[in-house]
Design a protein around this ligand. Sequence first.
Ligand SMILES: Nc1ncnc2c1ncn2[C@@H]1O[C@H](COP(=O)(O)OP(=O)(O)OP(=O)(O)O)[C@@H](O)[C@H]1O
Ligand SMILES: [Mg+2]
Length: 498
Amino acid sequence: MIPGPLVEAEGIVVRFGSTEALKGVDIALGPGEVHGLVGENGAGKSTLGKVIAGVVQPTSGEVRVGGVAPGPTSPKDALSKGIALIHQEPLTFPDLSVAENVFIGHQPTGALGLMSWAEMRRKAQALLDSLGVRLRPDALVRGLSIADQQMVELAAALSHDARVLIMDETTASITPNEVAQLFGIVRRLRDSGCAIAFVSHRLEEIFEICDRVTVLRDGAKIGERKISDTNVGEVVHMMVGRSVESLGFPSEREPGEALLEVRGLTLRGAFQNIDFTLRAGEIVGLAGLVGAGRTELAEAIFGARPIDSGDVLVRSKPTRIRSPRDAIRAGIAMSPEDRQHDGLLLPQSVSRNSSLALLPKLFPTGWLNEKRENALASEYAQRLRTAMRSVAQPVRELSGGNQQKVVLAKWLATQPSVLIVDEPTRGVDIGAKAEVHRVMRDLANSGIAILMISSDLPEVLSMSDRILVMRQGRMVCEIPGPEASAESVMLAAAGGTT
Ligand SMILES: Nc1ncnc2c1ncn2[C@@H]1O[C@H](COP(=O)(O)OP(=O)(O)OP(=O)(O)O)[C@@H](O)[C@H]1O
Ligand SMILES: [Mg+2]
């Protein structure tokens, strides 16, 4: 007998005010199966995951767990039913240790019902080991990379013996090596009979790890396929209802004057003796594994971290950059990796967020000029094709990809001459990604120098005029765009020889 699905959702409708995020969606998650969930930004993937995990209650429709309705009434109820959600943006507690995060709400108790720290540490260590993750149970979560925080969430889910795991863009912010490691874990969980819903914008991942895929568009289920019965072209067509231009190649831009030169930049414990030059009209990819020091380097150039030694030259002039304000004044902008913490004021409107970096410029007198603010936000929303009800909508309500576009709008509005982007298309769907890439190329063509940190190899290869590779805090090589291959970049990043 074929075992029935662990979770079924039928006719799920979710309304947020006037937005219908899901319009009657069915999905069944079977044991021993990885079920891909794809669709453009705002299609309803995260909402469907949240319904199954009890975070959002459906307006109508039914969730059954092991054939029994009703579904989870809260995340806690979901966990007790063996359903866990690994969030798109990790929901960890920064001031607690790894072990405390893993066992939040259900600490192991010792004799007399007292919480046993030793027991908790031991169990956390065992879970981390089973995931093959090198994290100390005592370490504070603050300061961990997104990848590590996701591992903490995963360990927490497993601590509840979850049989149904919903992974919402878990691979979006991690490097190819970490993806491979995660896939090893996913396969093991699948083989042990778990049901896994896997959300990703990277179709190559869907085709690698999933047994089945469901496509959503504008809150509706467009179709479901067995992976062995479909192909990328069909899935893309189902997602967007049209065909999308594939990734292009770097144009033949002639690099212009040196806009940013970095000489011997060192921050002990993060990076050493970094030299490179960015020229007008160039897109330079900065590749490396998580922990290679790329984000730290970018933050140091942007004045968000102090440096120990070295110089930064802007248009050949030595420039002291001690704060982001100094950097913005010098014409440097930086779109951060972690948009929810560093990039956006979530409760505020699209309009306010778009003008955040510009406030001193827009309102020199200190008066808020809402008209100009709204006009500016509308202009960039149009350019980036940000999906939203209006520029007055709180950013919190936008889907992940559209939030990313607001971060980009905010920095583009400062009209920088050097733009540093850290994972610019993390969590951005293929249609929007093509648009972000187009915007970046337009910016480069207009003479801006772009430094692009990305863990998305196809993106690095297709966008970069040159690729710099960092490993363990050092710049290990520079590869001209046309000569680079996935193998050469990975090999340099991982410490092999080319
Ligand atoms: N709390 C909320 N309040 C209002 N609208 C919401 C809320 N959460 C989601 N939405 C809306 O519901 C729709 C579906 O959003 P959802 O986050 O499920 O999309 P998604 O497919 O996960 O997109 P992405 O790929 O960008 O993560 C979007 O239009 C979004 O703006
Ligand atoms: Mg989402």
